[in-house]
Design a protein around this ligand. Sequence first.
Ligand code: ZN
Ligand code: ZN
Length: 415
Amino acid sequence: MMKPDKSAIVVNGRTYQTPKRPTVVICLDGSEPGYIEKAIEAGVAPTFARFMRDGAHVHASSVIPSFTNPNNLSIITGQPPSVHGIAGNYFYDVANDREVMMNDPQFLRAPTILAGMYDAGFKVAAVTAKDKLRSLLSHGLDYSDGRAIAFSSEKADHATMKANGIDDVLNFVGLPLPEVYSADLSEFVFAAGVKLVRHHRPDLMYLSTTDYIQHKVGPGTKIANDFYAMIDRYLAQLDSLGCNIVATADHGMNDKFMSGGQPDVLYLQDLFDEWLGKGNARVILPITDPYVAHHGSLGSFATIYLPTNIDAEPLIARLKATAGIDVALARKAACDRFELPADRVGDIVAISSRHKVLGTSRDRHDLSGLTEPLRSHGGLTEERVPMIVNGKIALPPGHLLRNFDVFDVALNRIQ
Ligand code: ZN
Ligand code: ZN
């Protein structure tokens, strides 16, 4: 196949040099700063240590809400949610009075960098842990000419040439289909990534894991160190295959429980029912998704829809005076500050403090799947994430790095 001769592409107003060697961008879901450092201290992550020493290690800010989908879509489009439209896993469709999942590409308002690179004639690949992200991240790819491959670990056994650009994935990767709640789901992503570089040599590849382990345990634990040691081994392989590698995270992770181990929850629907009468306000938790076992739909970000005749300001003042609330803002102020799409955000945005999560009503959260004390994310306290590169980078002075600059770093900034 002839290499396309285009030297740069423009996607959503940003310019990206086309890759001269295979370029791998990795989103380590929920990789709070500290996990990698602790694994290095334990002596199980020599490749990370080498990248951080001889390449680059910086920190970046995630998108708020610090949830998986908004951040993955920001990473793949290079833009905040105000541009790509995905402000959560879940939103309230006011026009049709229904709460809907935002898994479908119909909700995506911007093209992806991956599709831009594909359109310019390059080979691209994306592997995600969960299938919910795969359809969004692979939007715009065409599988008919063998230059695009995209699949999830979760549905690896369902991959077809027509829908994914590859089939017989379990055989190709050489691992069994992983459980959806497991470290194996993320390992499969990396194992697939290494095989893809070996056998398909994509010019640009995006790998996105799941934060099952980070929800479960903190940095420095045996389980966490084992997880990062596993990642480290695959990074060593990708590195030896001659890839440019940049790893970042969609968001961090914090303990969200009380001294007895119970989740520290502020039930906002109960609170608004008390303030405004039952069911008059509608609390939406954009963390909500079909995979609730590891967080019980409890995160640190909520948005509240009010009845039309109710003024938000006095309620914002009451929220601000409530223990565990870090930030409470009206829609416009929240959308300006966090670059969110106003039509997918309620009248009020509430963010909880470091160790607190926001719920709807006490009776609407199934916490039976929580086998460990709750760890979660969504707020400003989970905004800081690492960015690690296997080569030196040159950033413009004073540049406030975002995690969604990761493709810019990978394609434009490695020296
Ligand atoms: Zn995540
Ligand atoms: Zn999570």
